[in-house]
Design a protein around this ligand. Structure first.
Ligand code: GLN
Length: 471
């Protein structure tokens, strides 16, 4: 019996190489676990029927003496990343029967390493949400308390890893969708610098914000997945190389925007837990510096203008003619209206309306242009703040995972993103690392701490993250 609970990518790799178990046995271990738990948790929308064949190929590669960090490692893939010949739906009725005609660049890279794809995982529809409650295929449940949400939008990928239904996973993060669920489920979620991982083959939400990000049990595993998928890609014109940024040595100073952290919407328990994390960081020689970022409190509003603007533009292609579900009406306009109304769920429609509105003539200056100005200001403020500090930390989420169905107005769900959206707006890397839990109604609910680093300095997140994890 393989102990999936303690297994990491690093330890599995060593055991595969030492022939303690085969890739087929490992994959079978995960398939068994999925069979037991996925019915309740709803992490996977589809488990592939060729997992063992994939694992057999990996075993053949191992037998030939090949070795890559992810060779034979079973992974879960969010249902917004294209794998050639397989269905990908963005958890939407609109793309229910869509089969990808090419591999996303991240998939091409994982295939080269001989990684195993277990299946595609649940998400809020088109990655719009923070709880997977917006999926057209049911909610994903939190393994720490199944009456609660797992977070989102990459809830399925996160639960797959947290509940031992995969050893690692890929999610996408436009405003926190990798980090927020990772915090709610007690694992690591990592959003790289914008452009470090190719977006080619990712179903787009907000193209200037979208990042594919690793989900793993610990920082080292997240780094291994990142190193497997990063790199400049000429199929994504916004992708960059890792030599773009200069590395400098540690200042041993950490910045905290206390104004935001001590704000009203942040629960007392989260504040207390965050202060304990600060104390821990001080014990390993870091000094804490209170930083004031003038426009930080406008980040959430800025995000909820830029993101829907870009999403409405991206989603216009799903008109039932070029792409997506088609419904016949009496004329072309009716075709469009019927197709979109039956293909898209409520939240997606809300964002298309919002985005179309903020981009429309007469409102463009009042909303979209203003948001872009705040975005530029925030970028400058962050670059300046990083002159004095190595990383900036905040809690990942302002409260613990909520009860399924409890938050029924969209704005209260948007408020879960106050700490995460900024890294996407500014384009910097950020990681959520487990930072303890809070006993709530008899259940231990996890929390996360978020570390943000300057552009291209994911090395700092791994270095400091590793240290924090060991405390
Ligand atoms: N919760 C955020 C939203 O609903 C983030 C989503 C994401 O990162 N994909 O927009």
């Amino acid at each position: 019996m393989i102990d999936l609970n303690t297994l990491t990518i690093v330890s599995a790799r060593a055991k595969l190489d030492a022939k303690e178990f085969s890739a087929v046995q490992l994959a079978q271990g995960y398939l068994d676990e999925i069979k037991k738990k996925n019915g309740e948790l709803n992490a996977y929308l589809e488990v592939y029927d060729d997992v063992l064949e994939q694992a057999k190929v990996a075993d053949d590669m191992i037998a030939k003496g090949e070795s890559y960090p992810l060779l034979g490692i079973p992974l879960a893939i969010k249902d917004v990343i294209l794998i050639k010949g397989r269905r990908v739906s963005a958890a939407s009725k609109m793309l229910e029967n869509y089969v990808a005609s090419y591999d996303a660049t991240v998939i091409t890279k994982l295939k080269k390493q001989g990684a195993i794809f277990l299946g595609r995982t649940n998400t809020d529809e088109f990655a719009m949400g923070g709880s997977t409650e917006n999926s057209a295929y049911g909610v994903t449940k939190n393994p720490h308390d199944v009456s609660r949400v797992a977070g989102g939008s990459s809830g399925g990928s996160v639960v797959a890893v947290a509940a031992n239904l995969a050893l690692g996973a890929l999610g996408s993060d436009t405003g926190g969708s990798v980090r927020e669920p990772a915090a709610f489920c007690g694992i690591v979620g990592f959003k790289p610098t914008y452009g470090r991982v190719s977006r080619y083959g990712l179903i787009a939400m907000g193209s200037s914000l979208d990042c594919i990000g690793p989900i793993a049990k610990n920082v080292e595993d997240a780094k291994i997945i990142f190193n497997a998928v990063d790199g400049q890609d000429f199929l994504d014109s916004t992708s960059i190389t890792d030599t773009t940024y200069q590395k400098v040595s540690l200042k041993k100073v950490i910045g905290v925007p206390f104004d935001l952290v001590n704000g009203e919407g942040v629960s007392k328990e989260v504040k207390e837990s965050f202060n304990q994390s600060i104390k821990k960081l001080e014990t390993i020689g870091f000094t804490i510096k209170d930083i004031t970022l003038k426009n930080l409190d406008a980040a959430l509003a800025t995000y909820y203008i830029i993101m829907p603007a870009e999403a409405s533009t991206n989603l216009s292609r799903f008109d039932g003619v070029r792409y997506g579900l088609h419904k016949d009406g009496k004329n072309l306009l009716e075709d469009y209206m019927l197709s979109k109304a039956s293909g898209f769920g409520k939240e997606v429609r809300r964002r298309i309306l919002l985005g179309t509105y903020v981009l429309s003539h007469g409102y463009y200056d009042a909303y979209y242009r203003k948001a872009q100005n705040v975005r530029s200001a925030l970028k400058k403020e962050f670059i300046k703040a990083f002159d004095d500090v190595d990383v900036i930390i905040t809690p990942t989420v302002p409260f613990v995972a909520w009860k399924i169905g409890e938050k029924n107005d969209p704005v209260s769900v948007y408020l879960a993103d106050i700490f995460t959206v900024t890294a996407n707006i500014v384009g910097i890397p950020a990681i959520s690392i487990p930072s303890g839990n809070i006993l709530t109604e008899g259940k231990k609910l996890p929390l996360g701490i978020q570390f943000m680093a300057p552009h291209g300095r994911e090395d700092l997140l791994f270095e400091i993250g590793n240290k924090f994890e060991a405390l």
